[in-house]
Design a protein around this ligand. Structure first.
Ligand code: PMT
Length: 390
């Protein structure tokens, strides 16, 4: 996986910088070409000559003393993967806010390669609200984080903040470069539809779009061309082409224009909508209105009915056990159904975690532990890729 791949190793200034020499060695052993970029603080912890001797080329340490006209963009374009280890709180903050005031920060801003960060810092710094915010920002930008883990820190302290070990970072890097969905189009629906009652009110549900957006991000990370049809105002996952819609009808119309190889229906689509939305705002003085509902189009069914060779994943949000979801998997003709018990704590609508059960077309079930929605999405995309022989 790393053989012949061009990896830039960014080193920032923490005591864990000495481990980056081992990391460079492990990457070279795995067959990668490695170039190093260091912050001024990193050079207080480990010499540039150490990396020059290991990798055979001098690290980039300064934007103005390098003979190249634009050393950071040159390095950024050369990279197929950038690994920052250790990633200090300051380097993370620079990346989160686009501050390019040293050679590493400028390279990070200039690259279009995937970026992996291995944070290392004292527990207090890791837990500080500013660092928490910055980590959320860089994750939303699609950068990947490994660690930190609990263990011994600088000065004999113990707690969370220890950098991932070189071997762990190498294994993680392999998964980041693993792009089994390259060349495939993945359609994802996300969020809850809103069915108009009048110009200001709607029938809706509690879906936030987090699950669907996580799936779109996981598919894009694996090299897919992603078309995300969503009602959610969450930011567009990096690499996904986003279609913002509101109602089931709009979602259907957007989906009809997409010709995917894989379709994942994570949206909570209203089953019924008002047969007639009022032209004007309903008035209290007119008394309670009588609501006449009609069925919405079944978007998943319309894709299955195309009869194309599309791998279809449905989602089922149920409150009364897995049996209804098994029945739904069979009835809907999906290749996989993901059941979430929306009454379980930390599962279903609006949460950052989910507890799902994978249902095969023959009714076989595989119960997963509670995981972050990002992890559910990653595992699901790996399984789909595997089923397609990728
Ligand atoms: O968005 P979050 O807050 O992260 O929450 C995630 C979630 C709970 C919404 C998600 O994980 C989920 O379970 N989505 C499916 C919700 C649901 O209730 O589906 P359903 O049982 O009504 O429908 C079954 C399948 O058919 C779903 O894949 C649905 O997208 C699809 N469907 C349903 C009706 C319809 N008219 N068109 C459809 O495509």
């Amino acid at each position: 996986m790393l053989s012949g791949r061009r990896v830039v190793l960014g080193v920032s200034g923490g005591v864990a910088a000495y481990k980056s020499a081992y990391l460079a060695r492990r990457l070279l052993e795995a067959g990668a070409e490695v170039r190093v970029v260091m912050t001024p603080a990193a050079q207080r912890f480990i010499g540039a000559q150490t990396f020059a001797s290991l990798t055979g080329s001098h690290p980039l340490t300064d934007l103005f003393e390098d003979p190249s006209v634009s050393p950071h963009t040159e390095l950024a374009r050369w990279a197929e993967l950038v690994i920052v280890a250790p990633a200090t709180a300051a380097t993370i903050a620079r990346l989160a806010h686009g501050i390019a005031d040293n050679a590493l920060a400028a390279t990070l801003l200039a690259t279009r390669a995937p970026v992996v960060l291995a944070p290392a810092m004292h527990t207090e710094m890791w837990e500080h609200p500013a660092t928490r915010r910055n980590i959320s920002l860089i994750e939303a930008d699609g950068h990947r984080i490994i660690g930190p883990f609990s263990g011994e820190l600088a000065g004999g302290d113990v707690g969370i903040g220890r950098v991932a070990e070189p071997e762990e970072i190498v294994e993680f890097a392999k998964t980041v470069l693993h792009r089994p969905l390259e060349g495939l189009t993945v359609l994802v629906t996300a969020g809850g539809t809103r069915e108009a009652l009048d110009p200001v009110r709607y029938l809706g549900n509690r879906s936030s779009g987090k699950m669907g957006h996580a799936i779109a991000a996981a598919a894009a990370q694996r090299g897919a061309h992603v078309e995300l049809v969503t009602t959610s105002s969450l930011p567009a996952p990096p690499g996904a082409n986003v279609h913002r819609v509101e109602s089931a009808q709009e979602m259907l119309e957007a989906v009809e224009k997409i010709h995917p190889d894989i379709a994942v229906f994570a949206a909570a689509v209203a089953d019924f909508r008002p047969a007639q939305a009022a032209q004007d705002k309903l008035s209290r003085s007119d008394g309670p209105p009588t609501l006449v509902l009609e069925p919405t189009p079944d978007i998943l069914a319309s894709v299955v009915a195309r009869g194309d060779d599309i791998f279809v994943v449905g989602f089922a949000a149920e409150t009364g056990g897995v049996e209804r979801a098994i029945e739904k998997a069979k009835r809907k003709g999906v290749d996989l159904m993901v059941y979430n018990d929306v009454t379980a704590p930390g599962s279903g609508f609006g949460t950052d975690t989910n507890q799902v059960t994978l249902i095969e077309p023959d009714g076989t079930v595989d119960r997963w532990p509670q995981l972050s929605k990002a992890e559910v999405a990653s595992r699901l995309m790996e399984i789909v890729a595997n089923r397609l022989g990728r």
